[in-house]
Write a protein that binds this ligand. Structure first.
Ligand SMILES: [Zn+2]
Length: 885
């Protein structure tokens, strides 16, 4: 258990929280068109009953003119206008000091390479005031008497032309005003005498994160100012934003560091974000539209209405883009632009019709809002459990608004169902799934917000969907609603029409809100890695035997135990020294990275500074063939957003593709959420002394089935004692127990072993000895660890009285490995008693030629009789048998 400081958790939760309340799909599906002509000719597609209406288009963006607005309002459309924030060159004439200054000290547009670049410095006070006055004017003039329905800010960011396949974004703005404001706002002092160019490199070296965050604030504050204007306006005017469709994980996080536009932060201010998903312009395929929509939807705090391109698309591709927005969960959709449809060289009618194919995702749960119906305390369609007995402790069912449970101010309000479970076996709420719901073999995602006051071991709620029950054992957060997702398959089940929330823990209380069950679509990721590339350089002829808890002071001692890999944290100078020490003594290292793509960029820049022409020395601190990355730690228990996790992964892989990225996962089914966020999953189940050893191996099997069997490694419990007693680990495992876990994981296909943690087991001489003993045994068979297990099931007959693990399976687990003709059988007794077994050695070796097998650790030769060897095992003992031929 690596603990995150709780304040961090809270910050994360607030963001995740926004995850949200399912969009209201249905009759008012928003389909909008940008650039509708100001005039309505007689044959205009926007006349009542004409093409636009039959295509389901119900909103238009028009020019900032009163008569245009009125005309479209008369035809029944929602009318939006778009307003430039910091784009163009117009400001440069009026306010010469509004022209942004680049990192090299030159004004934007001065260098030849700046061709096509434009934009205004976002800190220019007068320009901001002008813009805000203009927006207020538009709201007053166009917004009165049910005029415009919304204002969308365009170019709400720093300069840079992005609408191309290989954009080059200038690094701005280092004007005097910006440098002064930054220093004043952030209480940072740039050494005096630094002119623009020098100041930029000083900032880059000393406070890149603070500078980026401050830049974002220049943008966010403008949006807040606009929001304040609209908030006091008598008519409701929606505030939308057009945003650049870049992930933080791509282009070295240019969206944060250069453009300073954070759609997720902005989504907490605006009502709608509209990422400009112009796939063809950006050189992407049409699936990218769906993938990006999912990216924004996962954690945006407001509605997401992507805007897709109509230019240069044939009707089929256009239709597909529209469809993908809906399948990915968009709340509405906009099209850029009307001209693109009208100028199409394809049949216009078909282009218009394609818009019908945008349909928001359907929530299959009936009445997910839980609003109590009039005259009843219970929501329509939901019924609490009924008990057949009259127990001393009765279940209590409640319907409460979220704010009554969790006072967090950042929270949206919604109704939730509560269950305080009694002993009557009735702690459940039952609702219904739409009859259209269950389609065979389709994948669905259930999501909901779950609340608990305190966490207790083995106490979790469950949800039953399509007749199958799912324990929500990653519900770890307390005193806040935690978003939880479950991937479900629809199978033929008797009660496929109902959804059940259950709490089978007498005396405990859970709440659930905002449930959503929707069909899930996976969009292909051509830019992503293929399986072949996962066979990393790092793992070539290498099997990591590693420890957590390494630092500068214990590296030498760790190395002496024959450990070959360490997991190291920290950053800056201290990290550099630790890495250098690893190089010196010959240890590979997993770098435990910041869990935030905005923090990660400067972290990586420090380890791998960009090289400039003329650099003579190698500046990289890490060695590419020694490094790997530890990207997250049990992310499922805090519902760490998958979009953020994959941003972290992509940032690393784009800088150093050969280094593997790994994350620890304790709930194997949740690997599903993070498949695109790690190369390897580390199973960290800690069973000693209260759980069977097979908890680890079962988890490996389950994770392998989801992620593929070459992507799993294991973390072995090497801690315990008084400090951990209340959490269920009252003692440290014996060397035999650690040995059992380590070899059991190999038998189940683990591609690496890490001990958690040297900072505990390394404290005592006895601890170091037992760790050294296990590591020594692993090293004794090291060449064999590099070989994958053969796909052969070894016949095992248990012959002793004690023979089964707690799940009723033979206690001895075996695997076979091969090197040429030689075969190696690894056999692990997974229980704490002596057992005896007959192992089908000939069947495993694939031949009958072996007269005996030599046990590697003892040197004892085991004769093969009737194709079998008879073996006695001590509690938790591993034996390794090598064929003689
Ligand atoms: Zn500036």
């Amino acid at each position: 258990m690596r603990r995150v400081a709780s304040f961090l958790l809270i910050c994360i939760s607030i963001t995740i929280f926004m995850l949200l309340i399912p969009g209201n799909a249905g009759a008012d599906t928003l389909r909008g068109i940008y650039g509708a002509p100001a005039d309505l000719s007689d044959d205009s597609p926007f006349r009542k009953g004409a093409t636009a209406e039959s295509s389901g288009v119900n909103a238009v963006f028009v020019s900032q003119k009163n008569d245009a607005v009125r005309r479209y309002k008369e035809q029944g459309f929602k009318v939006f206008i778009s307003v430039n924030a910091f784009g163009g060159k117009r400001a440069w004439d009026k306010y010469p000091d509004s022209r942004p200054v680049k990192a090299n000290g030159k004004k934007l547009g001065e260098d030849k390479s700046d061709k096509g670049q434009e934009g205004t410095c976002p800190t220019h006070v007068k320009w901001r005031e002008d813009r805000l006055r203009h927006i207020k004017h538009l709201a007053d003039v166009l917004g009165k008497d049910q005029g415009i329905d919304g204002i969308w800010l365009d170019y709400i960011r720093y300069p840079g032309f992005w609408e191309t396949q290989k954009p080059e974004i200038p690094d701005t703005c280092y004007c005097e005003r910006c440098l002064n404001k930054f220093q004043a706002d952030r209480k940072i002092i740039i050494p005096p005498g630094k002119i623009a160019g020098e100041a930029a490199s000083w900032i880059n070296k000393n406070c890149p994160y603070e500078w980026m965050a401050w830049k974002k604030e220049q943008i966010n504050s403008f949006v807040r100012d606009v929001k304040a204007i609209l908030a006091v306006h008598p008519e409701k005017i929606t505030l939308g934003l057009f945003t650049v469709p870049w992930r933080k994980g791509e282009k070295n996080n240019a969206i944060s560091y250069l453009l300073a536009q954070d759609s997720f932060l902005l989504s907490e201010i605006a009502d709608v974000v509209s990422p400009m998903l112009y796939h063809k312009m950006c050189g992407r395929d049409v699936d990218w539209v769906g993938r990006m929509t999912q990216y924004y939807k996962e954690t945006a705090g407001c509605s997401v209405w992507p805007i897709i391109q109509s230019h240069d698309l044939n009707p089929d591709e256009f239709k597909k883009a529209a469809e993908n927005c809906g399948k990915a969960g968009a709340d509405g959709m906009l099209v850029f632009s009307c001209g693109g449809i009208n100028d199409s060289k394809f049949e216009k009618k078909k282009m218009w019709e394609a818009l019908r194919d945008f349909e928001p995702q359907e929530n299959l749960i009936i009445n997910p809002g839980f609003e109590p119906k009039q005259g009843s305390v219970y929501p329509k369609g939901w019924r609490p459990g009924e008990s057949e007995i009259d127990p001393a402790l009765k279940s209590v069912f409640t319907v409460k608004k979220a704010e009554e449970i969790d006072k967090d101010e950042n929270m949206r309000n919604f109704y939730s169902l509560g269950i305080s479970s009694g002993y009557g076996n009735d702690g459940k709420w039952t609702g219904s799934i739409k009859p259209s719901g269950c389609r065979d073999d389709e994948e669905y995602i259930f999501s909901g917000l779950f609340y608990r006051d305190n966490w207790k071991n083995s106490v979790y709620p469950s949800v039953t969907l399509f007749g199958e029950k799912y324990y929500l054992d990653n519900h770890w957060k307390t005193k806040i609603f935690q978003p939880i997702k479950v991937h479900v398959k629809c199978r033929e089940k008797a009660d496929a029409g109902s959804v059940v929330f259950a709490n089978e823990n007498p005396g405990e209380t859970f709440y659930v809100g905002a449930p959503k069950l929707a069909r899930h679509h996976s969009f292909s990721n051509k830019a992503g890695m293929n399986e072949g590339e996962r066979k990393q350089q790092f793992y070539k002829n290498f099997f990591p035997i590693g420890v957590y808890g390494a630092d500068m002071d214990n590296l030498a001692e760790i190395k002496r135990l024959a450990v070959n890999t360490v997991i190291i944290g920290g950053e800056g100078e201290k990290l550099k020294k630790t890495i250098e020490k690893c190089h010196e003594i010959g240890l590979r290292y997993f770098l435990s990275v910041p869990h935030d793509p905005d923090r990660l960029k400067p972290y990586l820049d420090y380890l791998m500074p960009p090289t400039f022409p003329g650099d003579k020395m190698k500046r990289e601190i890490l060695r590419r063939h020694d490094a790997a990355f530890y990207v997250n730690d049990e992310p499922e228990l805090t519902s760490f957003p998958a979009n953020k996790a994959s941003d972290i992964f992509e940032l690393i892989k784009s800088r150093i593709p050969e280094a593997p990225a790994c994350m620890a996962v304790v709930r194997p089914s949740n690997c599903r959420e993070y498949l695109e966020a790690a190369d390897f999953f580390m199973m960290d189940q800690y069973p000693v002394p209260n759980m069977p050893m097979t908890w680890l191996s079962d988890s490996i099997d389950r994770a392998s089935a989801i992620a593929g069997n070459e992507r799993i490694t294991a973390v072995i419990q090497a801690f315990g004692g008084e400090a951990y007693e209340s959490a269920g680990w009252p003692r440290i495992p014996t060397w035999r127990e650690m040995d059992c876990l380590a070899f059991l994981s190999v038998v189940h296909g683990s591609r690496g072993i890490f001990f958690f943690t040297f900072s505990e087991i390394g404290k005592t001489k006895k601890g170091r000895e037992s760790l050294g003993r296990v590591v020594g045994r692993l090293n004794q068979v090291y060449p064999w660890l590099l070989e994958n297990n053969l796909d052969i099931k070894v016949p095992v007959d248990m012959t002793s009285g004690n023979r089964f693990d707690p799940s009723g399976r033979p206690s001895v687990h075996c695997c076979v490995k091969a090197k040429g003709e030689k075969r190696l059988i690894m056999a692990v007794n997974s229980i704490g008693t002596r057992v005896e077994a007959q192992i089908g050695a000939s069947a495993a070796a694939g031949n009958g030629k072996n007269a005996f097998f030599t046990e590697v650790f003892s040197g004892i030769k085991f004769p093969v009789i009737d194709g079998r060897i008879s073996v006695k095992f001590d509690p938790y003992e591993t034996k390794v048998f090598l064929s003689d031929k």
